[in-house]
Design a protein around this ligand. Structure first.
Ligand SMILES: NC(=O)c1ccc[n+]([C@@H]2O[C@H](COP(=O)([O-])OP(=O)(O)OC[C@H]3O[C@@H](n4cnc5c(N)ncnc54)[C@H](OP(=O)(O)O)[C@@H]3O)[C@@H](O)[C@H]2O)c1
Length: 280
């Protein structure tokens, strides 16, 4: 496993495990336990996913010491603003049942997220959370947040995959020492990713699947990833990325796949409405 250093001197594994849409409690507990057993040490949940309890239960059940795990949760815009965010974070921490959370993120730059950010800064000062993060912040939102606050977020979790690589945005994050973490790093299988011709062809050079090539491309670009799967064999597949390296030529070919294709384009009014009215 490779690790990426955060701007507060903590580190995160470059490959983590996401639990969006694992709605059933027992299935989520089992999936997180399986993921930890397979070697994942970073778990990504959110208030929106309604599975913080299951994630916490799995972490407490697992044999791996708490300090070896990095747990992320996120505050949804419904809970934005100083008072509501504070209340909702207490609720999240209680649901997780952990003494501290490694990173709490603003899930979306909507609502009074400045109020939320002040709570995160306070909790960070108090040691209740070990780092402050954001998600879905485009550079123009990120620069605003950085300029008008004290703490620079450690991670910006954004949609990124071979079809939406956002390498220019990563450059901007690098300048500010913010790790880019890719959500939907497999593009949820869109654009035929799991059978993609080029990814299959490159995969044949290393006996790897198209999914592994798609993930390795991000990892080799120092983008952290949090693929989701409920299947243990796929969990193993998605983390088994460190016994080969893509050549410069292969990287260049995959770079060509990068389009503006997005699962969620935050500049789209319908997407904004979906977030605001919770039709997500
Ligand atoms: N911050 C945000 O706004 C945001 C938004 C979306 C997601 N996220 C985070 O990012 C995580 C990952 O994103 P995602 O779940 O949207 O998409 P994803 O990881 O790109 O794709 C997940 C899908 O791919 C399948 N899959 C996984 N590995 C596979 C493999 N090796 N071969 C074939 N199929 C495979 C899974 O099915 P099975 O489960 O059936 O294997 C699932 O349907 C989420 O769980 C969440 O933690 C964050």
């Amino acid at each position: 496993m490779e690790y990426l250093k955060l701007n507060n001197d903590l580190s995160i594994p470059i490959v983590g495990y996401g639990v969006y849409k694992i709605d059933d409690h027992d299935e989520c507990v089992q999936s997180v336990l399986d993921a930890i057993e397979v070697g994942y040490r970073l778990i990504d949940t959110a208030q929106l996913y309604v599975n913080e309890e299951a994630v916490g239960e799995a972490i407490r059940k697992s044999d791996v010491p708490r300090k070896e795990l990095f747990v992320i949760t996120k505050v949804w815009p419904d809970n934005a603003g100083y008072d509501q965010a504070k209340k909702s974070i207490q609720d999240s921490i209680q649901k997780l049942g952990l003494d501290y959370v490694d990173c709490i993120m603003i899930h979306q730059p909507f609502g009074d997220y400045y109020g939320t950010y002040r709570v995160l800064e306070e909790l960070y000062e108090q040691g209740v959370i070990k780092s402050v993060g954001v998600s879905n912040f485009y550079p123009y939102r990120l620069i605003d947040l950085i300029h008008f606050n004290n703490v620079v977020p450690v991670i910006n979790q954004v949609e990124a995959h071979v079809f939406a690589q956002r390498l220019d945005e990563k450059e901007f994050m690098d300048e500010h020492n913010i790790v880019m973490q890719a959500w939907s790093p497999l593009a949820r299988g869109q654009n035929n990713l799991f059978k993609h011709e080029l990814l299959t062809k490159i995969g044949n050079n290393y006996n790897k699947t198209p999914a592994q090539i798609a993930l390795k491309y991000l990892v080799q670009n120092k983008i952290a990833i949090i693929p989701k799967t409920i299947r243990k064999e796929r969990m193993k597949e998605n983390i088994d990325l460190f016994d080969f390296n893509l050549t410069d030529d292969e990287l260049a070919q995959i770079k060509e796949l990068g389009t503006t294709h997005r699962i969620t384009d935050h500049t789209d009014l319908e997407v904004a409405k979906g977030i605001i009215y919770r039709e997500y």
